[in-house]
Each structure stands twice: as C-alpha cells, then as structure tokens.
Design a protein around this ligand. Structure first.
Ligand code: PMP
Length: 396
C-alpha cells in the first residue's frame, strides 16, 4: 500500500526541498503523536497557534456544539451569527474603545490586506510604511510589506508607495509624513528573531502617526492572545493602535483572523461602493465558536499571567556557551546561536530526541521557542535538558 509519506511527496505542493515530513496522527496538550508511537514535546504550537495546547476540551466541546447547529449560512456581514457577535463583544470588552469593531477574516494575511485597505480608504492616502525584516503574510499585498528583499524580488511589480524603515530607529520615524496612509508593525517582530522594540521607540511611533495622520496598524497575529504575558503585546508599551490584526491563536486552532478598529473607521467599507471588503468564509461560525471558547478560557483563567514566570524558568535553565543571547517577551523566545548551520543541526537533533523545535524565517541562526502557554514545569525541564544535550552534541 502506498504510504502517507509517498502521497505527501507525490501530491502535496511543496514549500521546501526539506520539509519536516513528520506524520502526526494525534495531538493533545503539549504533545504531538506519530503513527508508530512517536511522541514529540511541542515547543512551537504550530507557529504560535495552539496557545491552550492541542485538543483543548473547552474548545472541542464548543466546536462540536456549533457543528450540530450550522457551519456556514452566508457571506460575512449579513446574517446574525451568535459565535461571531459573542466573540466580537468579548474582544471589545477587553480592548480600548477605539478597537471595538471587529471585521472577521480567515487568516493573518487577509487581516493585513483588510487593515491596509481600511487605512488607505479612510485616509485617502496611498503610501504605506513597514519595517525591515517584517512579516505580515504571503498574499500579493502583504508581500509588498515584507521586509526582506529575497521574498519580494520575484513578484514585482509590487504595490507602489511602500517604504521599509529600519526597526527600532527613532530617526527613521521622520520618514512618516502626511502622504502616509498607515504604518504597519508587528508589535514584537517574530520572524526577525524576536526583536523587542524600546518603549521610547513605540511611544515615538505612536506620536508620529498621530501627528501625521497616518494610522498605526499593529500586527498581533503572533504576539496576541496571551503569548507575550499580556493579552495583547501592545499593552507592554502603553500605546493603542488605530487598527489591530489578529489570527493564529485567535481561532483556538481553527482558521480565523480579524482586523479591529473604531466603528467610525469601519464605516468606510459600506459605501462607494457598498461591500468595500468581502469574504465568504471570514468569521466562519465554527472557527468563531472555537475562538470564543479559547478567548473565554484565556481570560477567565488569566493563563497569560503565568507566562512570564514560565519564560523566566526557561531562561534560567538555558545556560550554555553556545547560546549568545536569549531574546523573549513571554513565551515568544529566540535562542540566538549566531550560526544557521549549527542551529539546524541542533534543531534536527532535538526532533530526533522527541522535542519539536523550529527556526525563524529571517533569523535561521535562532531557535524558536513558542510552546503552548499551558506548558508546565516538568515539561520545561525536559525540553531544556534536550536542548542543552543537543547543543553539546551538535558542537562535537
Ligand atoms: N503576521 C504575522 C506577524 C505572522 O507571523 C503571520 C504568519 N506567520 C502572518 C501575519 C500571516 O498569517 P497567515 O499565515 O495566517 O496568513
């Protein structure tokens, strides 16, 4: 019989010459399981998705209950669907007043597209500022915002009027002017290898946007939903964006994204022409039921308040001469090994030992650590022991 591996190789469009190609048949809590009884401790969460762990019972119950009622009834924005309205209300109750209107989409890339369209339409301006080493998605518009030339170069012409500034550079902010519709920034740039902006930079950015009338869009696709120790990472910097984008963990493991802004901003999509932004599946009822269950669990248990302590525990155990630097905000963490070849060897060895790790798109010399936020002490110890052993073995 043809194996799943062969089917994978023959029929799935590849994204790399060296995919992980590890089969997973089941996942629960912080563990992934293979068909032959293999067991992997998951330090990646499907790239910052499974913040409550895999197969969370609260989420699964909500999904099953909604599945019995309906899954899809109409394109986004027409019918009143309980999971959507309840999730939007729950978000509004935890966010500043100017982020009380939610537009649901399916993914992070779509949230980027919608947010930038909204900013252009509201301001009547064309230019967009993003940052070097930023990642906001792979669709054509989001690609124009990617801060890495190797990803942009094959898809020209890109959207004109996009400028990339050096990250965390106060002087560069003078480039934000009255022709600029919006400035888009990951609150903590993840794929750049977890780069923490200074408080002064974030506050100056907020001020510059307000002065110039450019809308500030913060991309919290990776940093939202408690990952950094606050519900949303912008809370660390005492600023509020004009538009917020969410995806990944937002759907509790199902595909869901959103961009949020004030009702006044969102109004622009309703006229000239009507239906200025459309999505068939955005805010899918089952995805929203999962997202709502995840949000309720996260906020009721205040799980995000345990994140900093867990991150400190990782940091205290991960002491090794090959780790040049650890950068983290909560459980979004980069172990900088400075050497991409060595880094890959360490990651491969960890996976062989049953610890699932990864690297970053624009920082292949760094190990990514982004476990489910529910991870406990014993598993943190186990993970760090494997990492330390692998750092030694890969160096030998
Ligand atoms: N923004 C950020 C910060 C991301 O990390 C990602 C995905 N890695 C996206 C946007 C795009 O999300 P998606 O893959 O759901 O389109």
């Amino acid at each position: 019989m043809i194996s799943h591996r062969q089917l994978f190789q023959q029929y799935l469009a590849p994204t790399s010459d060296e995919p992980l190609a590890i089969e997973i048949v089941r996942a629960e809590g912080v563990y992934l399981y293979g068909p032959g009884g293999e067991k992997y401790l998951d330090l990646i969460s499907g790239i910052s998705v499974s913040n409550l762990g895999h197969c969370h019972p609260h989420i699964n119950e909500a999904v099953e209950a909604q599945l019995k009622k309906y899954s899809h009834v109409m394109v986004y924005g027409e019918m009143i669907q309980a999971p959507q309205v309840k999730l939007a209300e729950a978000l509004a109750s935890r966010l500043p007043d100017n982020l009380s209107s939610t537009y649901f989409v399916n993914s992070g890339s779509e949230a980027t597209e919608g947010a930038v369209k909204l900013a252009k339409r509201y301001t009547g301006r064309a230019n967009v500022v993003a940052f070097e080493n930023a990642y906001h998605g792979s669709t054509q518009g989001a690609l124009s915002l990617i801060g890495d030339e190797s990803y942009r170069q094959n898809y020209r012409p890109l959207i004109p009027g996009h400028k990339h500034l050096p990250f965390n550079d106060m002087e560069a902010l003078s480039e934000i002017d009255r022709d600029c519709a919006c400035v888009m920034l990951e609150t903590i740039p993840a794929e750049a290898g977890v780069r923490i902006p200074s408080l002064a930079f974030m506050q100056a950015l907020r001020q510059k946007c307000s002065e110039s009338g450019a809308l500030l869009i913060l991309d919290e696709v990776q940093t939202g939903m408690g990952r950094t120790g606050k519900l949303f990472a912008f809370e660390h910097f005492d600023i509020v964006p004009d538009i917020l984008t969410l995806a990944k963990a937002f759907g509790g493991g199902l595909p869901l994204g959103a961009f949020l802004a004030s009702p006044e901003l969102m109004q622009v999509f309703t006229c000239n022409p009507v239906l200025g932004h459309i999505t068939t599946f955005g805010g899918n009822a089952i995805s929203c039921a999962a997202g709502l269950a995840a949000f309720e669990y996260l906020t009721e248990t205040r799980l995000y308040e345990t994140v900093e302590e867990k991150a400190l525990y990782f940091r205290s155990l991960l002491v090794h001469e090959k780790i040049s630097e650890i950068r983290n905000k909560g459980l979004l963490m980069a172990l900088d090994l400075k050497d991409p070849v060595y880094c890959k060897r360490v990651i491969d060895l960890c996976i062989e030992k049953g610890l699932f790790l990864d690297w970053f798109l624009f920082a292949p010399h760094c190990i990514r650590i982004a476990p489910p936020l529910i991870i406990e002490e014993g598993d943190i110890e186990k993970a760090c022991k494997i990492i330390l052993e692998s750092l030694d073995e890969a160096a030998a």
